[in-house]
Design a protein around this ligand. Structure first.
Ligand code: ATP
Length: 559
């Protein structure tokens, strides 16, 4: 028997209305306790606003236009009313709840309402994700219509929030880790380590239930199940790094796409920074690995960059064309050659290496890999030597340097002080949350973007600036199309969108500003590029902006 979806929705609603972390954890756990094993991984992901595991290539791909169309046909509401209600509540999920509650539902809807189960909702999402190709939009809409016509207003609210990936009830991955540690009766550290290795909380509960808790207490790495990438903090300059680490390994920081490559005999799979399977886009890298790495089972990490005919690094956007293309990939491989630079090894023939010190992993990598480039590296505690190395990296068209502590372990998913990045410009990754129609030549484009940062505590997106600078005409056109698909509301010249597109933004200074709720504004912001490889969760946080703001007064450069 599957659990009624109504119970899921009621729990989410309660979560939204309580603020204590402990009470949230208790509520989540008492809900999980009611579920049958098949529902557990699904519910764990759904609660944190994820429908599929991170490495899954399943994607709902439902536009906001489709969602609105369904709302209109379900409730016969018109655009004017939608805008009025949306402006009042400011949330797509609430919009659905209010409209569905206020509008008279058909007899059929009354009859079917409240009969959905957790598994049924998940399976419908799965069928939506399976639909590809011609006519897919209509087919996806039909299934979503079927789900929503069975949903009660509160259920619809959370179905919509799940589709948009923003649950707004404050249960983040971190809180879910705590809830699961409690639920499974293992220390939080144990749970976190298992999370690092399996990369997905749904997977953890699935393993615990199906295979036994000892597989969580002593997690064994599984090939083709990607590990979360270790992340870096930003250092202001070389001095700061050497002061912190002493003798440090500096590596070129490439401006490409991070890849985690798993190989078992002749099977190779490549995962992106977001852990999605991108093997299909990189057949040349697959061949290279098969040809040059003899080990039976291995996981290595590196950065792929696109290169020009004369072997120079090309801008990141060029490389992204590779990932966008699914058909005719052979042609793209010829047009846009890539180069792989490896920088780490995480697993070799049955042994997980993440607890080995960096410098040992690097030596092992050098031993095993033939004819694949490794990231150039310099170990030094001499500031001017390291500075020269940085200039050399920039001269060769790379982004800067990574600085890695010699004896550091590989800590998946952690942005700690063991890795630093040193870049030239002041840059932040921000999310476009709204856009204004342009003027004059740009009047057909959404060309002025509101850039937002995440609040790590509340999950809210807070605006810190606005810019119309940095994109080419072709990019304006493309972004306009994408933003309109993400539209969730409109007021005069401003279109509000689902936070999805991440832009790397260069700027000159952070100022305090009463203009935005965030309290901060960026001076001379301009978009450097759109970060297709990043999701809104990866955007820089308001907490980080506060730190950068403070640093400005210490007379130091920020990166
Ligand atoms: P960024 O926006 O600076 O690329 P990020 O959030 O993707 O940052 P960070 O851990 O902060 O990730 O910065 C390191 C990133 O730099 C890696 O994710 C990887 O894509 C890239 N990179 C390039 N060269 C290296 C290298 N030699 N070692 C590690 N990462 C590298």
């Amino acid at each position: 028997m599957s659990t009624p979806f109504r119970e899921f929705a009621l729990m989410c609603e309660k979560l939204e209305n309580i603020s204590s972390k402990l009470s949230k954890i208790q509520l989540v756990n008492s809900f999980l306790k009611k579920l049958v094993p098949d529902e557990l991984p699904i519910a764990v992901r759904m609660i944190i606003g994820k429908i599929f595991p991170p490495w899954s290539d399943k994607n709902l791909d439902i536009s906001w236009n489709s969602i609105l169309k369904i709302l209109k046909s379900l409730t016969k509401i018109d655009d004017k009313e939608i805008i009025e209600i949306y402006n009042r509540c400011g949330d797509p999920g609430e919009l659905f709840r209010i409209v569905m509650k206020e509008k008279q539902l058909t007899k059929q809807q009354v009859l079917l309402g409240g009969k959905l189960t957790v598994l049924e909702v998940y399976r419908m999402f799965e069928s939506i994700a399976r639909i590809k190709g011609k006519g897919s939009r209509e087919r996806k809409e039909r299934i979503l219509y079927a789900i929503l016509s069975k949903a009660e207003p509160l259920e619809a609210k959370f179905i919509i929030r799940m589709i948009l990936g923003e649950m707004r009830h404050g249960v983040s991955e971190g809180i879910m880790e705590e809830a699961l540690s409690d639920y499974l009766g293992v220390p939080l550290e144990t749970l976190r380590r298992a999370h690092m290795i399996f990369g997905d909380l749904g997977k953890i509960i699935e393993i615990a239930v199906r295979e036994g808790i000892e597989h969580i207490i002593h997690p064994k790495f599984r090939l083709f199940n990607p590990i979360k990438p270790m992340l870096a903090q930003t250092a202001q300059n070389i001095q700061e790094v050497i002061k912190e680490h002493g003798k440090t390994a500096f590596e070129y920081k490439f401006d490409g796409a991070r890849v985690q490559i798993h190989k078992k005999d002749d099977e190779v799979r490549i995962f992106s920074r977001r852990l999605t399977d991108v093997t299909i886009s990189l057949p040349d890298i697959v061949e290279l690995i098969k040809r040059e790495i003899r080990s039976r089972e291995i996981v290595v990490e590196g950065e792929v960059i696109a290169i020009s005919k004369d072997n120079k690094p090309l801008p990141f956007q060029q490389l992204m064309k590779r990932f966008k293309r699914i058909r005719n990939i052979e042609k793209k491989v010829k047009e846009l050659p890539t180069r792989l630079f490896l920088f780490d090894i995480l697993y070799l023939d049955g042994k997980l290496l993440i607890d080995e010190p960096y410098i040992k992993r690097r030596a092992l990598l050098e031993n095993i890999v033939r004819n694949i480039d490794l990231a150039p590296m310099l170990v030094t505690d001499n500031i001017s030597e390291a500075q020269k190395f940085l200039e050399q990296a920039l001269e060769h068209g790379h982004e800067g340097l990574m600085a890695k502590k010699l004896n550091s372990r590989y800590t998946p998913g952690v942005r700690g002080k063991n890795w630093f990045k040193i870049k030239k410009a002041l840059r932040l990754d921000l999310v476009i949350v709204a856009a204004e129609w342009g003027h004059g030549r740009r009047h057909n484009w959404l060309s002025d973007y509101y850039l937002a940062t995440r609040d790590l505590e509340t999950g809210e997106f807070l605006i810190v600036g606005k810019t119309f600078k940095g994109l080419t005409d072709a990019e304006f056109k493309d972004i306009t199309k994408r933003l309109l698909e993400l539209k969730i509301g409109e007021r005069r010249r401003t279109v509000f969108v689902k936070p999805e597109i991440v832009a790397e933004v260069a700027f000159n200074e952070i100022q305090k500003s009463p203009k935005y709720k965030s309290g901060y504004a960026l001076r001379f912001a301009r978009i450097v590029r759109i970060r297709e490889d990043k999701s809104p969760e990866d955007a820089d946080s308001i907490q980080r902006i506060k730190i950068l703001y403070e640093r400005q007064f210490k007379g130091k450069s920020m990166r």
